[in-house]
Write a protein that binds this ligand. Sequence first.
Ligand code: SF4
Length: 343
Amino acid sequence: MNTAVPIISVDGVTKRFAGPHSLMRRLSGKPPLAVHALNNVSLEVYRGETLGIVGESGCGKSTLARCLVRLLDPDEGAIRFEGKDISHLKAGERRGFNRRVQMIFQDPYSSLNPRMTVKQIIGEALSVHKMRPSADIPARIAELLELVRLSQDSAGRYPHEFSGGQRQRIGIARALAVEPDAIVADELVSALDVSVQAQVVNLLLQLQEKLHLTVIFVAHDLRLVRHISHRVAVMYLGQVVELSPAEALFTAPRHPYSKALLDAAPELDPSRRSKVVAARGELPSPLNVPPGCPFASRCPYVFERCRVERPMLTPRGAGQSAACHLTEFGADSAAIPMEGIHS
Ligand code: SF4
C-alpha cells in the first residue's frame, strides 16, 4: 500500500437537501428547512488502500459516496481526484474520471439492466469507454468472468437467472471492465446472506490486492469493515468523528461513538440488524443539527463545552484522529467505561 499520495481528497464538503416545506413556513415566506447530510467533511484516500466508511443509517455515508463519484455535487468544499476538483473538470477529463472511479451499488437487482445478458452488460461498458477493439471484446468478457469467478456460460444469461451474490459479481465485473483506479462500494453486501457476504467481500479484497485498486467501502457492518479496510472513517450526523487505522480503531477507539458502535457490533446479526442501536438516546434530526458536538445528546461523558463548541477532527497519535473534547488531551476512550451508553 502506498500511503504517500492521496488519490482522492475531500476538503470541507457540506451537502444539504431541501427538507419539508410546511404550510406555516410557506405562508410566512420562509424557505424549506434544510437536511444537513454532510457537514464540513474532510478526509484523504490514498492510492492502493481500502478506506472503510461506517456509521448508522442516516449518518451521511451514502451521500458522501455519491459525492465521490459525482452523482451529487457538494454545496460547499471540494473533492479532488489526483489534485483536480471534480466539480470543475472539462468534458474530456470528466469522461476519464467517470471511467477511473467506479461505483458498485447496494442493490444488484436494480443496477443491472434486466433485458441485457451479462455479455451485453459487460460488453457495453467495454465499448462505451473504448477499452478494447470489437474483435477482442468476447475474450475480455471471458477474462472478467473468470476474475470474478463466474462460469463462462454466465455470459449468455440474464440478471434474473443469478443469485444476489452472483449479481454483485456481475456488478464488480462491469466496474472492472473499464480498468478503474478506484471503486466506491456502497453497502455492497448488505442485501446478501451472511455466508454470501463473506464470499463477495473476500473476492473484493483479493481483487483490490491483485489489481492495486483503491477501494472506498461504505457499510454499517463493522465486522466487514474491519476485515477489508486499512483505515476507517466513522461518521455521525454528517460528520467524520474518527479517522483511524483499522486495527487501532478496533483496539483503542478515540471517540465515544466509535466505542459505542464497536460494543454494539457483536449483535449485528442479520435477523436483529434493524433492532441494534449503537447508542442510547435520540439521534438529533439532520434538520436541526446541534451547535456543539453532534453526539452530545447521546454521550454519557458530555460536559458543558460539548454543547457549545464543535470538536474538530484532530490528530490523537498512532495515525488516529478524533473529534472529541474528552480525548483531546490524550485520553483513550477504550479506557473509559461505556456502561450505560447502549440502549
Ligand atoms: Fe462526548 Fe463531548 Fe466527546 Fe462529544 S465532545 S463525544 S459530547 S465527550
